[in-house]
Design a protein around this ligand. Structure first.
Ligand SMILES: [Zn+2]
Ligand SMILES: [Zn+2]
Length: 303
């Protein structure tokens, strides 16, 4: 399985257009050593030509421009993107669908809960009906493995994440199974497994077992500390209130990753306030010392 990181930042990207936190200001002015990053999305392929998008970020136009492999140019209008899987209905993971409208019909895989949000609070399914067949809905049962036509060796197993639906969801205050999922992706040809969880509010034994059995884990690296948004003055919510487990210290995701021997460990969905974005930070050095990679746009992994 080929994995290509289209975007590695959390919502807002890095730098966020209206933010002057030390990281955003630093990368904008070139005064810190850091790479700009677009909003999180990855692409998966078996053959290197046909790809499945995992989330469709608002930055997708730039991401696909930079990802030349996704344009095989076999005919006048063409794309290597065959399908889209949505992990939730958050704007930073779904608004890219609007940008893909010229390529409709597009196969979109998501849970019934996500489909409801995207047919009501943010009705992108309804809107795009007016573009050549629009978005073709394929339902993900959050408890059941599924396959996608044209990708015979890949199997997708959803894992239910406990987290709230977006503010515009009709069931924002009434959480349902399937509002948010992570994915276990098995490649039956190479016998390798990826665990992709860009939003992870907590790590329990069941997630630890999945990660032990995986060859690569790409997990939530949104925040270094739980109160980072408050500390940097950009927000009032804690990480866990937003469904993102912090990385550092006791109970942080790094303490769990340190218990794993098998998988390649990658943090993705990095918020622009996170000190690990500064390549000269002690936090970045700490991750390096523990063998944990920070995803960047254009990163490629083979499993
Ligand atoms: Zn996000
Ligand atoms: Zn910022």
């Amino acid at each position: 399985m080929h994995i290509y990181v289209l975007g590695s930042a959390a919502g807002g990207g890095f730098p966020q257009w209206n933010c002057n936190c030390p990281n955003c200001h630093g990368v904008r002015t070139g005064t810190i050593s850091a790479k700009a990053r677009t909003q999180s999305s990855i692409a998966i392929s078996e053959n290197g030509t046909d790809w499945i998008l995992l989330n469709a970020s608002p930055d997708i136009r730039q991401q696909l421009f930079d990802f030349k492999t996704a344009q095989p140019a076999r005919q006048l209008r063409d794309t290597g993107i065959r399908s889209v899987i949505l992990m939730d209905s958050q704007l930073d993971h779904t608004t890219g669908l609007l940008t893909l409208r010229e390529g409709c019909p597009i196969d979109v895989w998501c849970t019934e809960m996500v489909y409801q949000d995207l047919s009501s609070g943010f009705p992108v399914f309804n809107m795009l009906k007016h573009w050549n067949g629009g978005l073709q809905y394929h339902q993900i049962d959050p408890k059941q493995a599924f396959k996608i036509d044209g990708f015979e060796q890949l199997e997708f197993l959803p894992f239910v994440i406990q987290s709230a639906a977006p503010p515009y969801s009709p069931h924002r205050h009434d959480p349902h199974e399937g509002d948010n999922i992570a994915l276990i992706i098995k490649d039956h040809k190479t016998q390798k497994q990826l665990f992709y969880a860009p939003g992870l509010g907590k790590i329990d034994e069941s997630i630890m077992q999945i990660m032990r059995d995986s060859d690569c884990v790409m997990i939530d690296g949104t925040l270094w500390t739980d109160d980072e948004m408050q500390q940097t003055g950009v927000g009032v919510k804690t990480g866990r209130e937003m469904g993102h487990l912090y990385i550092s210290g006791e109970g942080g995701s790094l303490s769990y990753l340190n218990q794993l021997e098998r998988p390649k460990k990658v943090l993705i969905h990095i918020n622009n306030t996170n000190p690990i974005l500064n390549e000269n930070s002690t936090q970045c050095a700490e991750l390096k010392a523990h063998g944990v990679d920070v995803a960047y746009d254009g990163m490629q992994i083979e499993l």
